[in-house]
Design a protein around this ligand. Sequence first.
Ligand code: ATP
Length: 319
Amino acid sequence: MKRIGVLTSGGDAPGMNAAIRAVTRTAIYKGLDVIGFRRGYEGLLDGDVVPLTVSSVGGIIHRGGTILRTARSERFVKPEGVREGLQRLKEYDINALVVIGGDGSFRGAYDLHKLGYPVIGIPGTIDNDMAGTDCTIGFDTACNTALQCIQKLRDTASSHERLFLVEVMGRHAGFLALEAAVAAGAEYVLLPERPFDIEDLCKKLHYAHERGKSHTLIIVAEGVMTASELSSRLKDTGGYSARIVVLGHLQRGGSPSSFDAVLASRLGGGAIEALVRGEAGVMVGRNAGRVETHPLQYSWETRKDIDEDMMALVEMLGI
Ligand code: ATP
């Protein structure tokens, strides 16, 4: 193996740059050349390449987003797109590809792997909805961003005796919503993984208002419904005046937290170490503090469930 390629794909996540830096520098340290593809699989198909060097990945560890940019590629989902991508990798004499992204991006990588091409995945998404790693790159930063926003809302909620319905990201998963709910001390959380009872929610609001609680925070994961849908379904707010806040893309940007910068550095380095060992068709993850590999398909075939203890905490602490 002489030359590797790297790309970021799907939604951007804080820490992707730290991962690009770690992949590049570890690979160069091991005697490999590194080529970056801009705009994910779109850039692979278009041959949108940029050589990555020790200095070109300098000054990026602390930056949000991705210097390689990212995209969702319709073309690459089709078998002919994958074959064309493989052709492009051969034209550039690239011997292995590192894909930084979510489970969709890993499915694309798996398609290349099935054609016999060496690929390795690094999990980067704020949703944390991938098995094979306790945390995906970007999740911790997104939780911290959501927390900072919710803490600000809390000040206003208390001062004006309001109910805030806060919609957080996560696509089809509730990890971000649950983490933010516990950290912010929310009274109620709605997750796509768990059924919820609107009557029960109304009762809780009444109870909170009757015992003089100055504010109430409800966190709703976007995978359940929008905050405005929830508001229209909540006929009775227990005496509180309700406000809706959608945190939206604020949660995707910003400098990575220490946790994410370290995680990205470890997984970036771990991906190259695995490739050099001869592993391919795998993802790197960090589980109970150790960097490990699993087959790529493990990330979407294995269900990563939300933590029941955390759900119970919201229930118990939000009384
Ligand atoms: P995030 O979770 O942050 O949105 P993601 O990687 O899951 O990230 P997707 O939009 O699902 O984001 O996937 C990114 C890209 O990966 C897609 O635009 C497509 O090019 C490719 N991809 C997704 N699914 C497949 C598939 N089944 N086969 C081939 N390529 C795929």
